[in-house]
Design a protein around this ligand. Sequence first.
Ligand SMILES: Nc1nc2c(ncn2[C@@H]2O[C@H](COP(=O)(O)OP(=O)(O)OP(=O)(O)O)[C@@H](O)[C@H]2O)c(=O)[nH]1
Ligand SMILES: [Mg+2]
Ligand SMILES: [Zn+2]
Length: 331
Amino acid sequence: MALEANYCRVWLDQPGPNGLEQLLCVRRTRLGKTGQQICVGDRVQVDGIDWPQGRGAIAALEPRHSLLERPAVANCTRVVVAVALDQPQLDPLQLTRFLLTAERTGVAVELVLTKADLLPAAAAQAWCERLQGWGYGPLLVSAQQGTGIDALRQRLSQPGIAVLCGPSGVGKSSLINALLPQLSLRVSAVSGRLQRGRHTTRHVELYPLAERALLADTPGFNRPDLPVDPGALGPLFPEIRQRLAHQSCRFSNCLHRGDPGCAVGSGWDRQGLYRICLDDALAQAERVSQRGRRDDPQLLDQRLRQPSRRRRRQDDPAAEDSGPINQGRAD
Ligand SMILES: Nc1nc2c(ncn2[C@@H]2O[C@H](COP(=O)(O)OP(=O)(O)OP(=O)(O)O)[C@@H](O)[C@H]2O)c(=O)[nH]1
Ligand SMILES: [Mg+2]
Ligand SMILES: [Zn+2]
């Protein structure tokens, strides 16, 4: 359910004596040696249980069905990307990067537009229509006014693990508070000229929303990473998937840059955003291959497989804003 310093909080399949539902568990060193990292959402086996103290030890990690890399959540069945209509302003490039991360899991992706109370209804509706063109069915919500909360509850109450992710300050924790008022999670006002969030939520945590349905609150961050392989980018855009369902490009390694014989073609809304992401992914791949040529070429393959140092530091979302690499580009 949550990782707390050296402990994992584990929800039991069946309650223990006195109806105990959760245990605070240490990780067996064996898990560490095989290099297996436990994520929130993982199914684990627990032994050495001390029922009166509510303590135990994690002995084994079960295979995962899916993994959202950042924020790290295993076995999610639905990724809900939340962005605010205003405060902070909706940035289509940033939203696209969040959607790409969500699409990479292969599970259902949903889009929620928060703070609907801050825009006139017509402007909010215009965003909905634009995002429908991207292949999503956005849900308009306002945690402040209670709009859309019942519809959101319905979407998220199916068995499984839903993850709420998105930039800091868009109101993720506020939405969970609206769904589960008894929690009263900490929220804080956006600040500065750009109305940025303040990284209020610091850890991923799962909350039971309905029978067998869990919902994760996650720390917001501003710039999700792109896939390492530029060729993997296209299929993460529903618009490209849809076009390629009817026709294929002349070359199987086509990067859909409008070359002759490309079936994706032009004139779609996110074409410019796709090109920006593609150029970033190509530049990133070039940097990796240059480093690989300088050092041991065998490292290259490994580097492609390993999460970046930046990603490994994700437990500290505040560190995220420190480097020039994180200065978001305006769309
Ligand atoms: N006007 C308006 N403000 C909202 C709404 N939902 C949340 N807010 C405000 O937005 C600010 C940020 O909300 P949080 O819930 O802390 O945002 P978050 O996405 O959890 O942020 P991080 O934990 O930093 O990722 C708070 O001041 C909330 O009161 C809404 O529907 N309308
Ligand atoms: Mg929060
Ligand atoms: Zn193509």
